[in-house]
Design a protein around this ligand. Structure first.
Ligand SMILES: Cc1cc2nc3c(=O)[nH]c(=O)nc-3n(C[C@H](O)[C@H](O)[C@H](O)COP(=O)(O)OP(=O)(O)OC[C@H]3O[C@@H](n4cnc5c(N)ncnc54)[C@H](O)[C@@H]3O)c2cc1C
Length: 432
């Protein structure tokens, strides 16, 4: 590891936290009762809370850490249509009609975030910049081009195929074999978005209490008692919105999500001319590797924010930082001398069918499992979940009622993760 790879004041917290003051320790005492208790204060929890609070229901949001401490203020700020499985895979599993509806919900989630931040006037650098999805080998490029040409009827999205010879117009590297631009995909400052959302939830009359881990849920159809680090609260409805941080509180859910660390760095500011060469169109970028790298410019256009997974087991941002830097330099040799100013990580939640899930178990509402693409979907499903708590038919989604699978002997510790990552990294290297 190169010690001076980090700037002297390098922070091991998200770059985004510099731009939004983090809420401090909250000494608030808990109310004795609430209509709705929401556990987890990321996009899922807050969007659910916004719906219930605006409908006049007494709503309490608790988080084990400060509000928004989880992925919702740590992510890459890339907004896509979120649904990973392709149409034919979904159609095989769930029938054509359901497959279409699921993919439409994904498309809707992308558009909906833009509509939401616009209507609420949340100042969070939301921009429809388009995603350059880069092919890491020739076979992947051919596959991408084929899929774009054969998009299922009625589900077509605006795309532009970019052959390798024209790639430099999108991205300052020759390391890829061309790619596809998804023109509607967007970028956002995730923490400013979260902060704006939190302010609206509080303005709607909800309470948010940080450093208040929920430790137990008791009860049934006549209501619940939620035990927390700060006392107990009675609630008519409970929403669990803990995604990659789902733990002992909800063993049934814990057996259904696979927590996986995702790692990011921010560089120190780069010269303007270099940024213009590397990211000429300010696109968000991802690649076709199974163990994907994703990156973009910071909203002020000065830095590269580079993310991915660079270890088989979970590791420390002091270790992942130099490895991510090395991957960035492979793509952009001109950044070899550029230092890292921030290195951080967070836990996303994968699922066994690569779909996000929304529903009720033992009467408790939940939405989670965004498989690393949750800015759009966590927002959208959180909103729908809030409507479901209110019993409104607009809360319906295409994901309702899908079986939330687990596997025998899986209790929430993904022992299979390291060998799987090793295998996928090996496979990603084939044909490059
Ligand atoms: C490094 C990184 C990059 C990413 N990049 C992107 C991207 O570019 N685009 C994209 O779409 N998605 C991205 N994601 C994923 C996205 O951020 C998440 O899918 C999304 O934020 C999930 O929101 P959430 O509200 O469900 O969960 P979170 O925001 O993770 O919130 C869950 C909260 O639950 C709390 N909690 C857990 N247990 C308890 C308990 N017992 N009591 C009280 N509170 C509890 C936690 O403290 C946490 O604050 C990224 C994630 C990471 C980590």
């Amino acid at each position: 590891m190169t010690p001076d790879l980090f700037t002297p004041d390098c922070k091991f917290t998200p770059y985004w936290w510099d731009r939004v003051p983090r809420p401090g320790s909250d000494a608030k005492t808990l109310p004795e009762r609430a209509d709705v208790v929401v556990i987890g204060s990321g996009y899922t929890g807050l969007h659910a809370a916004l719906q219930t609070a605006r409908a006049g229901h007494d709503t309490l949001v608790v988080d084990a850490e400060d509000a928004g401490w989880g992925c919702s203020t740590r992510n890459g700020g890339q907004i896509s249509t979120s649904v990973k499985p392709a149409f034919d895979v979904l159609a095989r599993r769930h029938g054509e009609e359901r497959a279409r509806a699921i993919l439409r919900d994904g498309q809707r989630s992308l558009a909906w975030v833009g509509e939401f931040v616009g209507a609420e006037r949340i100042d969070c650098d939301f921009r429809v910049v388009g995603r350059f999805h880069a092919a890491h080998n020739a076979t992947e490029f051919a596959g991408l081009a084929r899929r774009v040409a054969g998009q299922p009827k009625g589900l077509e999205v605006a795309t532009q195929v970019v052959p390798r010879a024209e790639q430099r117009a999108e991205l300052g590297t020759d390391a890829y074999w061309g790619g596809v631009v998804f023109l509607q995909h967007a970028s956002i400052d995730p923490a400013r978005y979260h902060q704006g959302l939190l302010e609206r939830v509080l303005a709607a009359g909800a309470h948010a209490v940080g450093r208040c881990e929920a430790t137990g849920i008791e009860g049934g159809k006549d209501g619940y008692v939620v035990h927390t680090a700060r006392g107990t609260v009675r609630a008519r409805d409970v929403v669990v919105a803990t995604n990659g941080y789902t733990g002992r509180l909800t063993p049934w859910l814990r057996r259904r999500v696979i927590p996986i660390g995702s790692y990011m760095i921010a560089t120190e500011p780069l010269p303007e001319a270099l940024m213009a060469r590397l990211m000429p169109k300010d696109r968000i970028v991802s690649d076709t590797r199974k163990v994907v790298f994703y990156y973009r410019a910071s909203p002020d256009g000065r830095r590269i924010l580079f993310g991915g997974r660079v270890s088989t087991n979970e590791t420390d941002p002091r270790v992942s930082g130099p490895r991510l830097h090395a991957e960035m330099v492979k793509l952009f040799p001109e950044t070899a001398a550029v230092r890292v100013s921030h290195s951080w990580c967070g836990f996303v939640a994968y699922t066994f069918d690569e779909l996000m899930h929304i529903g009720r178990h033992d009467g408790i509402h939940y939405a989670m499992g965004y498989c690393g693409s949750g800015v759009g979907m966590a927002s959208y499903l959180g909103m729908r979940l809030g409507l479901q708590v209110l019993g409104r038919k607009e809360g319906a989604t295409a994901l309702d009622g899908l079986a939330f699978q687990t596997r025998p002997f899986y209790t929430g510790r993904p022992w299979f993760l390291a060998p799987s990552v090793r295998f996928y990294q090996w496979r990603d290297r084939q044909g490059t």
